[in-house]
Design a protein around this ligand. Sequence first.
Ligand code: 13P
Ligand code: SF4
Length: 358
Amino acid sequence: MSTLLQRKMSAPLDEAALMEEILARKAALGQELLILTHHYQRQEIVSLGDARGDSFALSRKAADSGKARFIVFCGVHFMAESAAILAQPHQTVQIPDPQAGCLMADMVDLDLVSMAWEELSEIVGPGMISPIVYMNSDASLKAFCGRHGGAVCTSANARIALPWGLAQREKVFFFPDQHLGRNTARLLGLGPEDLIVWDPEQPLGGNRPDDIRRARLILWDGHCHVHTRFTVEHVLRRRQEFPGAKVVVHPECTEEVVALADACGSTDFIVEYVRQAEPGATVVVGTEINLVARLALEYPDRQVLDLHYSLCPNMFKINPAKLLATLENLGEVNVVNVPEDIKSEARLALDRMLALKL
Ligand code: 13P
Ligand code: SF4
């Protein structure tokens, strides 16, 4: 009888027993197993991981982890899928809950992007646009970028990837997060007149042909509901409650929130920002609540506060029971498979990202 079936027929393990069982399996597998955990995972999961990081650091780790036969990715599906694209042939990548998706990634698909690409190319001519896709996207869109001379980017390297795209061609088409695109454009000194937003439900994305010809950056009309929940009022309230506090936010926040913050960067950047804060300092963090809560625990000598409570329900789907069920069925359940043709083109776009100098 399988362990899973035995488990179903007996009482569920309590939290402590689950953790113990996972640790025992990890110890038995040694370097054959690599558990990657994103910063937004709940504390129990992060404590069981071999490496934690932002989506860029974890994709690097997946690409460099030749010794591990089994990679278990505790994060959302697009992250595990990127690890599967970068993994070597002897490796399998599994995600403890394949339903852990990303609402932002679901705001775009290959058909919509292909239609937009055709419309844009008719207006500006062929070979004028670099497509750059945010890591938070389906593999088919990464493959689209690989095929059309573009690249993937994450919030940790968008400020390098966008200029790279503009150096290749006159314009960049960036999807799906308009806020990361706009905040990066500001950093690069591009003004509002250089940007347009592409609404897939409108003809020409809701733009006039002249605006498309003039634009340097075409931003997909997508967003992360976890980060756009933060408002200007939240920042003003925290500043009033804690004068002297530093505010750090993720670039998926709106530009109004970013403009009021002291610093903005990827989840790894935020972790480093809190680490470098002086003991006694107050740091207000505008990102997913599990990361903020963990930073508060890890740095008790400084005050780490959330800008507002905001939880990613998909990240939260991963829990120790699902992780154990995956470890009990290594190489068998919830394996992330990417068809070979998509994999090779997506890999091109991911490799272009990994080659960028940070
Ligand atoms: P990072 O690239 O900072 O890890 O962010 C991923 C993400 O999903 C943020 O919402
Ligand atoms: Fe997607 Fe936002 Fe959750 Fe990140 S925080 S995985 S972008 S929904």
